[in-house]
Design a protein. Structure first.
Length: 378
């Protein structure tokens, strides 16, 4: 990509330090800290602080703050054995000790430092470099001794400027991410308030519909009871009419029987007067009267049964018609109310689906600042 190995190392270390911050823009929740082996314990675990403190701590020195900084450890003399072994190695990565000089004063460094000032160079190089680079500590320190002082200082200044530029860009990106996060949270709060208000309105409408349904069912029950009472009254009147008709028929039959008895008595008197001559005639007359009475009785009973059957059939037909009309009216009213409720509920469900899709789409949108952060990490 046209970057020097020192710039690649700086970018990779800064990307590793800012990895929790970039993921926080997507998850919007605190993430566990990442153990960065190139920093001491005092410089770790700052992802829970504010954004400004995060980027201020990125530029902190990885060297132990308790050690003096008057003599920068840019050029440290190792033991004679290590120096003799490392001096023959070619200078391949002279910029690997960049992290050790990020915040040291630009004072000239002597090529040979006192041997009693530092116990070992491994401590500083292990604390400043990633774990993948700790294996070449002696090689880096020996190679650095071979560089002139002016070249090392110019390289350090250029790398410090590059790091400052990267930190400024990261601070700007973090500010945009924070503003986008606050805007998203305010939008979510507004959507939540709208959803709560809509739910309250829907509950009120449902309670109103329920009360209307209760009132309609009550009115329908009252109408049904009224129709039932009217039908029972009509049935009672028809039964009374039938009973009166039957009583009249019985009365007529009784009167006819009385008339027949009187005619029989008269015939008996005639027979008694006429004597023996009228005996045969009386017998025939008696036989005829008996046949006539039985025939009239049968006809009367048949007529009575026919009339009773017709009246019962008529009453049954009227009752069934009345009940069918009442049932049809009740079913029509129930169907009308049910259709209206289904339409209203369908409209409400469609509105809820559309609002849920809008909310889901707004949540799934990705801010452009996240894409810029990913480009910087790569």
């Amino acid at each position: 990509n046209g970057l020097t190995p020192s710039q690649d190392a700086a970018d990779s270390s800064i990307g590793a330090l800012l990895q929790p911050t970039s993921s926080a823009g997507h998850d919007l929740s605190p993430q566990p800290s990442i153990d960065v082996p190139s920093l001491p314990k005092e410089d770790r675990g700052f992802e829970s602080e504010t954004d400004t403190e995060e980027f201020e701590k990125v530029g902190q020195s990885p060297v132990d703050p308790n050690l003096p900084l008057e003599n920068p450890p840019c050029l440290i003399q190792t033991s004679d054995k290590s120096s003799s072994q490392q001096s023959s190695t070619p200078s391949v990565h002279p910029e690997k000790e960049v992290c050790c000089f990020a915040h040291l004063p630009e004072t000239p460094c002597s090529p040979v430092a006192p041997a009693g000032e530092f116990a070992s160079t491994d401590f500083y190089i292990d604390e400043s470099l990633p774990p993948s680079r700790t294996g070449s500590v002696d090689t880096v320190s020996a190679e650095h001794i071979l560089f002139p002082e002016s070249v090392a200082v110019s390289q350090l200044r250029a790398e410090i400027k590059e790091k400052d530029t990267l930190i400024k860009l990261l601070q700007e990106n973090l500010g945009s991410v924070s503003s986008q996060e606050s805007l998203t949270m305010s939008t979510m709060k507004k959507i939540t308030n709208l959803a709560v208000t809509g739910a309250k309105q829907w509950r009120e409408e449902l309670s109103t519909l329920r009360s209307c349904m209760v009132e309609n069912s009550k009115d329908m029950r009252e109408n049904f009871e009224e129709l039932r009472r009217e039908a029972l009254e009509r049935i009672t009147l028809l039964q009374q009419h039938h009973e009166e008709t039957i009583a009249n028929l019985k009365k007529m039959l009784h009167e006819r029987e009385q008339n027949l008895a009187m005619a029989k008595e008269e015939l008996d008197r005639v027979e008694a007067k006429e004597g023996v001559l009228m005996a045969e005639l009386q017998a025939k007359q008696t036989q005829a009267l008996e046949e006539l009475s039985s025939k009239m009785r049968c006809e009367a009973e048949l007529e009575l049964a026919r009339q009773v059957t017709e009246l019962q059939a008529e009453a049954q037909t009227r009752l069934e018609q009345t009940l069918n009309n009442a049932e049809a009216e009740r079913k029509a009213a129930i169907k009308e109310v049910t259709d209206r409720l289904n339409r209203e509920h369908r409209l409400e469900l469609e509105g809820l689906r559309s609002r849920f899709k809008m909310v889901h789409a707004s949540q799934m949108e990705r801010s452009p600042s996240d894409t810029s952060l990913e480009k910087i990490e790569y």
